[in-house]
Design a protein around this ligand. Sequence first.
Ligand code: ATP
Ligand code: MG
Ligand code: MG
Ligand code: MG
Length: 593
Amino acid sequence: MRLSQMLFMTLREEPAEAEIPSHKLLLRAGYIRRIGSGIYAYLPLMWRVLKKVSQIVREEMDATGAQECLLPQLQPASLWQESGRWDTYTKAEGIMFSLIDRQNREMGLGPTHEEVITAVAREMIRSYRQLPLNLYQIQTKFRDEIRPRFGLMRGREFIMKDAYSFHTDEESLKQTYQDMDQAYRNILRRCGLAFRPVEADSGAIGGSGSQEFMVLAEAGEDEILYTEDGQYAANVEKAISLPLEVEVSPFTDYKKVATPGTETIALLSQHLKCSPTVIVKNVLYEAVYDNGMSVLVLISIRGDQDVNEVKLQNELVKLAAQYNAKTILALSVPDANAQTKWASQPLPLGYLAPDLGDSYISPHKNVAPQFLRLVDQTVVELKNFVTGANEVGYHVVGANWGEQFTLPRLIVDIRTAKQGDRASHAPSQILKSARGIEVGHIFQLGSKYSQAMGATYTSEQGEEIPLFMGCYGIGVSRLAQAAVEQSYDKDGIIWPVAIAPYQVIVIIPNTSAHNQVQAAEQLYQHLNQAGIETILDDRSERAGVKFKDADLIGIPYRIVTGRSLEQGKVEIVERKTKKSTEVLLEKVVDTLK
Ligand code: ATP
Ligand code: MG
Ligand code: MG
Ligand code: MG
């Protein structure tokens, strides 16, 4: 490629819209252009980088036996209604773009593809003989992020590789999960990134085990807690539930912060726009530990359909902030979709679902199991008390719930793990903190989606069993920018060779010097022929401008056909070290190979 012919422009000034170095640099160096909030055009240089990253991802996925496919981005709401995610993903603060087509059908733009792939699997996977199976795609995802920022890091449209695996049992799922873990490590290593795999929370996607791949960078939005011995590393969201070794601190006190009939309830019902009879069944406790940490405990006894749960949850989160509570434990009698609804909350929430036959479900693993178990004692009392009171038309208005039962003294400390705490696996190890950019996330989903959507296979014994599933995402466009965030200097980007748009840039310092042009043209040709991707800066700009631009766009090697041509040599400068060597013209290709 000749720079003179490429759609290319660099900016001298720092773009005001960008906050972090990688975002500024990609804008300044002409890689991306902002089209709207969280929406970017990938210009020719960027697209080459993205194709390189995609290709590495593809090779590593293929090596595991995964099969590439392409799923629709336009998805019928009905599929998401089957899984129970439509409401949480599209209403209130949901991240799914939704629309209505001209036949008046509801549709969504895919933020992720569990529903679509499960629909395919339920049609096509019949027998255990077809399993295991792992399908992946590399495609644009759409998410209506509340705060799109940092350029490609948090876009509303971005490129993701997502894979979905299907299994007969958990053991097979774990095997593929391991393979994906290894594939992700290979991908990130090949892309030249320093990273750390960490234990993660499964969030709204659901499932049991999950692990994130963090690219280490100051600008990262995530905090990682880890130990020097390498035995432990977790996202701080997950580390929240880390039970401390010996230190157990009982509640020293708990106080009711809201009881029926108080101002808070009036306020809540006003906010939620629902009848006070719904709210009346919520009792809020603030449990205080002697270390100062507090837990907001909401006893919410509801079976009502008329309450807007998302609003209620948002209200609780606000209340939690008001009382400086780190954890909300809501015990409620939810409707069928409650689990997914509660699971999308940013704060740790647990809830009780006696109606669903479970003792309780904690969609957020952040709630320490010990804590829940102890709360169970309360719940038993509570259940006895509630029976009857929760029947239609029998809402106890104005009852003072607080006097009907007492909270047990909880003896497990579920305070947030933080830097400096002792590690639970080795108390001699102290947790350290680092910032990271989540570039990949792998999940063991289990049968959450297959069960909800009726995707089963026939076992060897002839039984119909829900498929076991895993899902594995890697943000291709975020990864590309993360590479810049990890590798730049005051002059510009320093691309790792494997994902650089070109490996070499040949600069003609003076385009009116015939010998310079001739040598450069020849090198340009030979290098490309040798499979070394080379760009030629043949623009009629000053040499200084060209050098500056070459540094800014971060091509790993720069060749200058300048003064040393008299000795039959050219200058090769390594972008990373700025180390310059003079090499005979005919040796250039071999040197760079
Ligand atoms: P985050 O915590 O940063 O919001 P996520 O946990 O919502 O990310 P996943 O659902 O795990 O993301 O998606 C898999 C991968 O897709 C992420 O690890 C990340 O690399 C990428 N990704 C997610 N959201 C965005 C986004 N808005 N812009 C760019 N890449 C994204
Ligand atoms: Mg997200
Ligand atoms: Mg995340
Ligand atoms: Mg994630």
